[in-house]
Design a binder for this molecule. Structure first.
Ligand code: NDP
Length: 260
């Protein structure tokens, strides 16, 4: 795809090992690139790849002018150091926005990239005509890739934000205060209807694979939809938005590198 400035965005996706969920996510990302005309290149590395081999590839892609964005599909096999890999991605190609440079920029509200999942959640909220300003926003989960940046983005939009985690006391009461409730826990049907304030907006980030192979969110969708004003489904809610935000970040990365 050549955009109006004749910049061609390119995404490199690195996957290590044979995790079936990672394979599904990588296929979804490649398909999205193909659909909108972004050049993409996949590096499928064997499980026994060493840290140095992975870092060498990242360095090579950092220098590759055809590649504007580098995505390392997580989780990596346990013998590899994810933090070290992320720290070695050129921040201007860090389309997941996991590099500390980009994390810091998000914290101060002056960012080039937003992490894809929280950014997708903010788009869903905005497109639904919901303004977080002054609202009680509760994020359940505090991971570096979802919960923490999600809370920060809601704060940037002037929400009054509470972050919950496994040590939170009275979780039900805290969740019931929420006008906007974001669940990013990783436990099927964890958020039940009695934890939701009538009329709340409920965003389900969770992606849990049930024993029968079905994908299911963190929210008990059927029960919670009876009390919520708006609710996102799984599959079909935050997941596709995450991929869309990755496409947006890749185009942004291409533009940034063009300006260098
Ligand atoms: P993590 O496992 O890194 O974090 C889970 C968080 O949930 C932790 O902060 C943990 O608290 C908290 N938690 C666990 N149990 C409880 C509990 N009983 N009460 C309150 N909080 C609890 O997960 P991620 O943030 O990476 O992902 C969360 C979910 O989102 C997963 O299902 C994942 O698959 C999904 N996901 C979906 C994406 C998408 O594109 N739709 C993208 C990324 C993730 P503590 O910190 O105290 O341990």
């Amino acid at each position: 795809m050549k955009n109006e400035k004749s910049i061609e965005p390119g995404l490199a996706v690195i996957i290590v090992g044979n995790d079936p969920a990672s394979r599904v996510y990588v296929n979804g990302k490649k398909k999205a690139c193909a659909e909108i005309g972004i050049y993409s290149r996949e590096y499928a590395l064997p499980e026994e790849t060493t840290q140095q081999e992975l870092l060498d590839l990242v360095q090579k892609l950092n220098q590759d002018p055809q590649i504007s964005g580098i995505l390392v599909q997580l989780p990596l096999p346990s013998h590899l150091d994810e933090t070290d890999v992320i720290h070695n991605i050129d921040p201007s190609k860090d389309v997941d926005a996991f590099h500390p440079f980009n994390v810091g920029k998000i914290m101060i509200g002056d960012f080039d990239f937003l992490p894809c999942t929280p950014a997708g959640v903010m788009e869903l909220i905005a497109e639904s005509g919901i303004d977080p300003a002054g609202k009680e926003c509760v994020v359940v989960g505090r991971s570096n890739i979802v919960g923490k940046p999600q809370a920060m983005l809601l704060l940037h939009k002037n929400g009054t934000v509470t972050i919950c985690h496994s040590k939170t006391q009275n979780l039900k009461e805290v969740c019931r205060r929420a006008d906007i409730l974001v669940a990013a826990v990783g436990r099927a049907n964890f958020i039940t209807a009695d934890m939701v304030k009538p009329g709340a907006v409920v965003i389900d980030v969770g992606m849990n694979r049930l024993d029968n192979g079905k994908l299911c969110g963190d929210v008990d969708f059927e029960a919670v939809k009876q009390v919520a004003q708006a609710i996102t489904p799984v599959p079909g809610g935050v997941g596709p938005m995450t991929i869309t935000m990755l496409m947006r970040n890749t185009i942004k990365a291409a533009e940034l590198q063009h300006q260098k």
